[in-house]
Design a protein around this ligand. Structure first.
Ligand SMILES: Cc1cc2nc3c(=O)[nH]c(=O)nc-3n(C[C@H](O)[C@H](O)[C@H](O)COP(=O)(O)OP(=O)(O)OC[C@H]3O[C@@H](n4cnc5c(N)ncnc54)[C@H](O)[C@@H]3O)c2cc1C
Length: 372
C-alpha cells in the first residue's frame, strides 16, 4: 500500500554531524522538521579517525561529553627520517558513534522527527522518496548526506574529487598523547595516521581514488612497521574506510522544484583537502544551514546566497590554501617522486605550509577550528 505523503518545512537528508545539528537548529526554531539516514542507527558504522580540535567544544559540548582521550602534540614521520614534533597541538579523540548519537538526541529533543534505516532514493522537485516507500514534501531540503551526496547529485552539485581511505583499529602497546602522521611519496594524495584512543588506536591511510587498490597493502605494511617497533599489537579489532572530499567547497544551494536545497558538511565539500578534517566544518555548517533555512522560511529570499558567502568567509581561506598545496603536490607526483622537503611543505605541521605564496588566493577570515 502506498504511504500518504507527509509535509514538512525542513527535510534533512543524512544525520551525521552536519545533518543532526541542522535538524536541531530548524526544529528548535519551531519549524516542522524531519530527518532521514540510511544507517540503521546514529553514527554506526563509524568511518572516522575521531580526532577533533579542542575548540570544537565552543560549538558543541558533545565533543567534551564523548571525549575519550586528550591530544597535546602532533608527531610527523616523513619517510624514514627522524620524526618532527609540533607542540602544542591540542585536541581530543572522541567516540564518534556516541558523538553522532548525542547530536541526534539533541535534534530529537528539539522536536525533529528522526528516521534511521531509510535511504533517499528519489528527489523530484520538492518530493523525496525513501526506500521503504515513505514520501515527504518539504519547503527546504538540507543535503547533509556526505561526500557522495544524493541530494547534491539530484541538483547537479557534486564533489568531483575524493580521497579513499582504509582504517583499522588495533591495540596500542603503550599510551601515547600525540596524533602521529606518516608522510610518504607512496601515499599519493594523502597520508597515514595513528590516532590513539586509550588502549587502542585508529591506524589508517588515505590515497587518491585511482590508487585505492593500494590501500590494503600499504596499510598492512604500515601496521607491520609499527608492530616491529613494538608500538601496536597485531590484532585487528575493527576495519573501516570511506571517501573524503578533496576538491574544496562547491556551490551549496540550488532549487529543486519549489524547494530550496542547501548542502552542508562533506556534501558541500567543506572537508580540508590536506588534513581530511571535516567534523568541525560539518557541525558549523549544519548550524549555519539551519539558520539559512529559518531565514528563507521567514521570507528572506537571499538567505541561501548569504549562506554561501558566510561559508566562504569562514572556510574559504583554509580550503583554498589546502587545495593549493594539494594541487602542487599532485603536480609533483605526475613527474617525479616527491622529496621529504616537498612532503613537509604540504603538511600543516610545518611553517612552509603557512607561507605567503599559498595565501595569494586566500582572503577573508581564517577559521581556527579547521586549522587548529
Ligand atoms: C576514514 C576517515 C577518517 C576521518 N577522520 C577524521 C578525523 O579524525 N577528524 C575529522 O575532523 N574528520 C575526519 N574525517 C572526515 C569526517 O568524518 C567527515 O568530514 C564528517 O563525517 C562529515 O560529516 P557530515 O555530517 O557532513 O557527513 P557524514 O558524517 O558522512 O554523514 C552523512 C550521513 O548521510 C547518510 N546518507 C548518505 N546518503 C544517504 C541517503 N541517500 N539517504 C539517507 N541518508 C544518507 C549517511 O549514512 C551518513 O550517516 C574522516 C573521514 C574518513 C572517511
Amino acid at each position: 500500500m502506498t504511504k500518504p505523503c507527509q509535509n514538512y518545512d525542513v527535510l534533512v537528508i543524512g544525520l551525521g554531524p552536519a545533518g543532526a545539528v541542522a535538524a536541531a537548529g530548524a526544529a528548535a526554531a519551531g519549524y516542522k522538521t524531519i530527518g532521514f539516514d540510511g544507517k540503521s542507527r546514529a553514527g554506526y558504522p563509524v568511518q572516522c579517525a575521531e580526532f577533533v580540535p579542542s575548540l570544537l567544544t565552543n560549538e558543541t559540548m558533545a565533543a567534551y561529553h564523548q571525549s575519550q582521550q586528550l591530544i597535546d602534540k602532533m608527531v610527523t614521520f616523513v619517510e624514514d627520517e627522524l620524526p618532527d614534533e609540533k607542540i602544542p597541538f591540542s585536541g581530543r579523540i572522541i567516540d564518534r558513534e556516541k558523538f553522532d548519537a548525542e547530536l541526534c538526541e539533541i535534534a530529537s529533543q528539539s522536536g525533529a522527527v528522526l528516521n534511521f534505516g531509510k535511504k533517499l532514493i528519489r528527489l523530484d522537485g520538492n518530493k523525496a522518496t525513501f526506500n521503504d516507500g515513505t514520501t515527504v514534501i518539504a519547503k527546504i531540503i538540507i543535503g547533509a548526506d556526505g561526500p557522495h551526496s544524493f541530494v547534491g547529485k539530484a541538483v547537479g552539485l557534486t564533489n568531483e574529487e575524493t580521497l579513499e581511505t582504509r582504517q583499522i583499529t588495533i591495540p596500542l602497546l603503550g599510551p601515547i598523547k600525540s596524533t602521529d602522521i606518516y608522510l610518504s611519496s607512496k601515499y599519493i594524495g594523502g597520508y597515514g595516521w595513528l590516532f590513539p584512543k586509550n588502549e587502542t588506536a585508529n591506524l589508517g591511510i588515505g590515497v587518491v581514488h585511482e590508487k585505492r587498490h593500494l590501500l590494503k597493502p600499504l596499510l598492512d605494511e604500515l601496521h607491520a612497521r609499527l608492530i616491529s617497533e613494538g608500538r601496536v599489537g597485531g590484532e585487528i579489532l575493527y576495519t573501516t574506510g570511506g571517501a573524503i572530499p578533496v576538491g574544496g567547497m562547491i556551490k551549496p544551494y540550488a532549487k529543486s522544484g519549489d524547494a530550496t536545497v542547501i548542502l552542508a558538511g562533506d556534501a558541500a565539500g567543506l572537508t580540508n583537502p590536506i588534513s581530511g578534517a571535516g567534523i568541525p566544518a560539518a557541525v558549523v555548517s549544519g548550524r549555519m544551514a539551519a539558520e539559512a533555512a529559518i531565514s528563507l522560511l521567514q521570507g528572506n529570499d537571499d538567505a541561501a546566497e548569504e549562506y554561501e558567502q558566510e561559508l566562504q568567509e569562514l572556510f574559504g581561506t583554509s580550503l583554498k590554501r589546502a587545495r593549493a598545496h594539494y594541487e602542487k603536490l599532485m603536480a609533483i607526483h605526475k613527474n617525479e617522486t616527491p622529496k621529504p622537503a616537498q612532503l613537509r611543505t604540504a603538511w600543516i605541521a610545518y611553517d612552509e605550509y603557512w607561507s605567503e605564496k599559498f595565501n595569494n588566493d586566500a582572503k577573508g577570515e581564517t577559521y581556527d577550528l579547521l586549522e587548529a
